[in-house]
Write a protein that binds this ligand. Sequence first.
Ligand SMILES: NC(=O)c1ccc[n+]([C@@H]2O[C@H](COP(=O)([O-])OP(=O)(O)OC[C@H]3O[C@@H](n4cnc5c(N)ncnc54)[C@H](OP(=O)(O)O)[C@@H]3O)[C@@H](O)[C@H]2O)c1
Length: 231
Amino acid sequence: MNIVVVGASGGIGTALVRQLEQSGHRLFTISRKNPPSDARCDITDPSAVRSTFERIVGDGFAPECIIIASGVFEDDLVPTYDRALLDKNFAVNFFGALNVIDAILPYFLSVGKGHIIVLSSIAAWRPNKRGVGYPASKAALSLAMRGFDLAFRPKGIAFSVVHIGPTNTTMWEGGASFLVASKEKVARCIATLVSSRKATLYAPFFSTMLARATLLIPDRLYMALRKILLG
Ligand SMILES: NC(=O)c1ccc[n+]([C@@H]2O[C@H](COP(=O)([O-])OP(=O)(O)OC[C@H]3O[C@@H](n4cnc5c(N)ncnc54)[C@H](OP(=O)(O)O)[C@@H]3O)[C@@H](O)[C@H]2O)c1
C-alpha cells in the first residue's frame, strides 16, 4: 500500500515508518525536517500542504493512506497562562491536521477510496495542569474525525482516530513507569489500522484502558493518582 506519514521525523512517526516499511508498504514521509523526511512542509501553512500533496500525486505516488503523526505539546498554563502557546497547540494539532485532510480529500473522493489516520491522545479526555491547548486541540481533533468518518466512510474514505497513552518519546515529560510504552510498541498497534480500517483504536491497550476506567473519578483525584503512577 502507498502510505504518506506526516510527522515522520518524530518518535512515534519514525517507529511507524520503520514498522510499515518492514511490512512491505511504500512510504512517503513529511515533516519540517528534510532529511530525514522525503519532503519538508510545515502543516500550519495550508498552501504549502496543498502544493506538497499536489507534488506527491503529480510525481506518480498515488496515496492510499495518510497517517498524521505530527503534533506539539506546548505548556500554555505554566509558568503562566499564555494564549499564543495555546494557539500554537491548535495550529499544529487541530488546524494543521485539517490542512492535510483538505489537501488530500478531493483526491480520495475522485478515486473513490482512501484512509486517513490521526494520532490523538488520552489527554483529550482530561484537563491537564500544564496546558489547556493540547488536551482541547486533541479533543477537537478526535471529535472532528468521528464526524468525517460518519460522512465519508459510505463514500469509501475511512477516518481513524488513535487514542494514545504515555509513550517514551521527546514529547513525554513524565517519569519512567511501567505505564509508559515504547514508541515501537505503539507503532505496532497503529500499523494494524492500515488493514483493519477501524474508526477507533486505543494504543497501547493497558494504559488507555486504565485511563478509560478512571473517567468516573473527579479530576483532582485523578491528578493525584497520575502523579503516583506516572511521576
Ligand atoms: N509521546 C506521547 O506520550 C504521546 C501521547 C499521546 C499522543 N501522542 C501524539 O502522537 C503524535 C506523535 O508524538 P511523538 O511523541 O512522536 O512526538 P514528537 O517526537 O515530538 O514528534 C512530533 C512530530 O511532529 C512533527 N511536527 C511538529 N510540528 C509540525 C509542523 N508544524 N509541521 C509538520 N510537522 C510537525 C515533528 O517534526 P518536525 O519537528 O521535523 O516538523 C515530529 O515529526 C503526536 O500527535 C502526539 O500528540 C503522543
